[in-house]
Each structure stands twice: as C-alpha cells, then as structure tokens.
Design a protein around this ligand. Structure first.
Ligand code: F6R
Length: 369
C-alpha cells in the first residue's frame, strides 16, 4: 500500500500537490469559486456577524491560517479556538455565529463535542472534513470536504494543505456572497490557488534531498525553534508540532515579533532556528522586520535556517541554510513554506531511527475526550 515509499508519511508528503489539486477540482468555474455542496446555503453566511473556527492540533493551525483569508476576503471577524477549550467555558455564540470545524478524520471527540455544543447554542455549523460520511459532518449544517485522500500516517501532512485550500475556497465563496471582494480579485486568487500544486511539486523536487541531508546532520539536535510572522506564524507552530510528534525532540514555534518579549532568551550558540521569511514583494516592511529578527538571533550564535522565496538575496548574509520556495501571492506562501517543514520533521525522525508513521503515545484518530 505504501507503493514503494519508505513510509506512509513519505508517500503522503509526496501527495501534497494532488491533495491541493483534488480539493480545488470542480470548485472553480470561470474564474470564480463555486462550491456545489454549499448550493442554496447562502444564509449560512449572509446573516452572521462572526465565525468561530474550532479544531485540534494541526487542523487548528490550518484554521489559524484560514482566519487571515476569511477576514481579508470575507470581512468577517474570526476566532480560532481549540475545540476542548471552547467547549468548557461559556462562549458567546448564537444564531449570528457560524462555527466552522476542521477535522481530517471527522471523528475527533473534542471537536465533535464542541460542534454539538455550538448547535445546542443555536449557532450555524459547517464542517471541513477529509473523511466522507464521518460523524462531525453528519452533525453539521453543511460540509466542505477536503479531497486529500486517505491519510494513514499519524502525523497529518497532505490533509493540512488540503484544509488550508478548502478554507481559502470558503473565504472566497463567503466574500462573493457578502460582496466584500471584487470579482477580479477572486479571479486572481483562484489563479494563484490553481498554480499551487505545481509549486509544491517544485519544492519537493528541488529541496527534498537538501532538507533530508540537513535533517541527517541535525540528528542529535535537542531543540529546534521556529519563527514566523503573519500567515507564517501558524506555519511555525505546525513545523514545531510535527517535529515534537515524530522526532520526540523539544520544538517550539513563535511569532517572530514576540522574540524580544521573551523567547530570544532561549537563543544560545548553536541553537537551530527555522525562520519563515515573507516575500519582500508583498510587504517590504514585514520582510525587513523578519530579516532584522534573523540578524538578532544570528548575532547570538543561532544556527539560522531560512525559508524564503527564490531570489530573496537579503537573507543570504545571515543564514546558515536557505530553503527556497517559489514566488506566490502573500496568502499562498503558507501552502509552500510548510512543505520543507514536513520534510524536515520526517527526515529528522528517520535520521533518529524512529517509526515516522506510528509515533509513540499517539493515535491517528482521537475518539476520546
Ligand atoms: C498532528 C496531528 C493531530 C491532528 C489532531 C486533529 O500531525 O495529526 O494534531 O491534527 O488530532 O485530528 P483531526 O483532524 O482528525 O480532527
């Protein structure tokens, strides 16, 4: 079933381009987004004042990425909450709230309980799910399936990029219904999205061997930090989670701007730090802020591994390693930048002789609260 791959995870990372392509398929028509499953359900989106995204783990990080798109394109305030935290307080929700749950398995008990709770409170519910007919979509008013295909490895990879893709489609769809985004802009974002599978493939083709080599050299590393900003921030969190999960080493993700508020104290000579650098083409200011973060940690002896777009020369003097991603629109960089992090986590676990598909203490689907 692994079809020649050393692990399901390796196979599933190689399927990230298809996961995005299959999630888009049939949902783009003449330069706009058409989601057949949401046909006739416009009132899910027109009367709402707020969206709350609920999920756990990697799915929650996809939700955090989706928040940027939903707010920018659909102009709805979005909160992203861990399902188990949301459920056990007294959240302010009601008929004006759309609760969007995200789950690969569709069976995560924490997420399911939060969806049921939201319905009881009168909220509208939409599920983003990778498993046809699973419990969470059955308990929701609407479902947008991700079409990543079955994910077997415990660590989620191709489902994550498919979840972000589905959230972007949803954000464009809601923006169109609420008239918060111009048709030309939708058309441009749709073109960007359609170009993503080939760009992910390019990262796999050009960088996989390099990253695996890097992971091999770093096999004895005891801690890795990840920094990102804006849409890169949840990707930093995802990079850290994946590394803890399958390599069993300490890893932490931070918002790069937070560095000087505490985490920089962790940086000592030799500390590996991955930094996700946003393109200078989209915001020279944001880019320069991240480059100065890199200078700060490099000056303290960090081993800096940069993920930057092809041609970004500004990062070269301060980086020990540069991993390149193709040029993409600002919102689309996360779909590319996460790929090196998935490869790295897998490479490090492999270099440490671990079973990447079956990490200790974890189950693929967490059906207990
Ligand atoms: C991380 C991972 C978990 C899941 C989380 C939610 O690689 O796989 O963090 O993302 O348990 O699972 P689903 O998406 O099935 O609800």
């Amino acid at each position: 079933e692994k079809g020649g791959w050393s692990s399901f995870m390796a196979k599933e990372v190689s399927e990230e381009p298809e996961a995005v392509a299959n999630t888009i398929r049939g949902r783009i028509h003449e330069g706009t987004v058409v989601i057949p499953e949401l046909d006739g359900l416009d009132d899910l989106f027109s009367g709402i004042s707020r969206i709350v995204v609920i999920a756990c783990g990697t799915a929650a990080y996809a939700g955090q990425v989706g928040k940027y798109a939903l707010e920018k394109w659909a102009r709805v305030p979005v909160d992203v909450e861990l399902a188990h935290e949301f459920r056990y307080r007294d959240p302010v929700i009601g008929p004006g709230t759309l609760v969007v749950s995200i789950s690969q398995s569709g069976e995560t008990m924490d997420t399911l309980m939060a969806v049921k709770f939201a319905r009881e409170q009168g909220a509208k519910t939409l599920s983003i799910c990778n498993t046809q007919g699973a419990t969470i979509p059955r308990e929701s008013d609407a479902v947008v399936y991700t079409h990543a295909g079955p994910e077997v490895a415990v660590a989620s990879t191709k489902a994550f990029v498919a979840q972000i893709t589905a959230l972007y489609l949803l954000a464009l769809h809601v923006g169109r219904i609420r008239d918060t985004i111009a048709a030309v802009d939708i058309a441009e974002h749709v073109r960007e999205l359609e170009a993503i599978p080939a760009k992910i493939q390019r990262v796999l083709t050009l960088e996989q061997a390099h990253i695996e080599q890097l992971a091999h050299w770093m096999a004895d590393t005891r801690s890795v930090l990840f920094l990102g900003r804006n849409v890169g921030y949840p990707i930093a969190l995802e990079g850290a989670l994946k590394l803890k999960e399958i390599s069993y080493i300490h890893a932490e993700g931070f918002a790069a701007g937070e560095l000087k508020h505490g985490p920089i104290a962790l940086v000592e000579p030799g500390q590996p730090v991955f930094v996700l650098v946003p393109s200078p083409r989209h915001s020279a200011l944001l880019h320069s802020k991240v480059v100065s973060n890199i200078q700060e940690i490099q000056a303290r002896g960090a081993r800096v591994i940069v993920i930057a777009e092809e041609g970004d020369a500004a990062v070269l003097p301060f980086a020990d390693e540069v991993l390149h991603i193709p040029l993409a629109g600002a919102m689309f960089e996360p779909l590319l930048a996460v790929v090196p992090l998935h490869i790295f986590a897998m490479g490090l676990a492999t270099a440490r002789g671990l079973d990447v598909d079956q990490p200790r203490n974890l189950a693929k689907s967490v059906t207990v609260e």
